[in-house]
Design a protein around this ligand. Sequence first.
Ligand code: PMP
Length: 345
Amino acid sequence: MEHNTGISKNILDHIGNTPLIQLNKITKNLPGNFYAKYEGFNPGHSMKDRIALHIIEEAERQGLLKEGSTIIETTSGNTGFSMALVSIIKGYKCILAVSSKASAGKINMLKAMGAKVYVCPAHVKADDPRSYYEVAKKLHAETANSLYINQYFNKLNIDAHYNSTGPEIWKQTNGEITHLVAASGTGGTISGVSKYLKEQNPKIKTLGVDAFGSILKKFHETGEFDKNEIYPYRIEGLGKNLIPTATNFDVIDVFEKVTDEAAAHRARELAITEGLFTGYTSGAIIQATIQYAEQGMFDENSKVVLVLPDHGSRYMEKIYSDEWMKEQGFFDSQKQAHKEVEFIK
Ligand code: PMP
């Protein structure tokens, strides 16, 4: 059948072209207009579909992959799921080395998408042969026709967003965007989108979102890698304890840090105010936007785009669990658990 009808060739046709949705309530007390680029609409439920598709297709163009080749990456998160998804359609094997910190639910999701999963001890040094970095490197060395994605140090991660997310936002806002707010983990999203947008209009400001416990903000401001900035935090996917080469710090104007607690509550608020069911980092991005507004970053004419990285369904045992929120002490202050569930006995 010709594919000029309403039929798509396969699921990969639906990667990208995510909606840009006006925020109406959660930002109503802030000056300016706010729009969410809702990446949970991708078939793999996150923006990592874009890098999976781009990196794998680039490797194909370079002749690095053949039928039956193996894709290798080190993540239990969104990137793993997206790599597995793209591998299914393109006929590659997918191996993921993950930390034993990953929940059983996450490992099951990757297995459901046909990936072979190696669970590696979390509390060993990165250079320990049992660490997921070392396991992935070894598997790559031992597996013929394998491609190690290495998203933190792969510049194609930036290009994926330069080629797709950036141009989409420019078009969807008719070139009127004034500020971009995005999280930074590998830095691929913020670097690629920002580079594209600033090439169109250098006046656009790029506002990064970082976590307390991460070195990115201080490194950006001072050029110093300060180990004292590093301590554990709960938000998964943003901030870092190393400097990824997939981050282009030159196209980021400023970083703001947010707390685990505020980010968790903002994600929950985003669901019940806008109907946008998103992940933990989306809550962090909303919280950072509010902090930026409090600093006077925006005025009535501002058109601010927030890139919301993923869907909320991956966080049912975390921020959308009242028990988890309670365990973290996140209900200790004024905020209370939802009371909408009543059990009839
Ligand atoms: N949010 C989530 C949920 C993520 O998984 C990631 C990726 N680590 C990010 C934000 C940050 O995106 P990037 O890696 O492109 O900086």
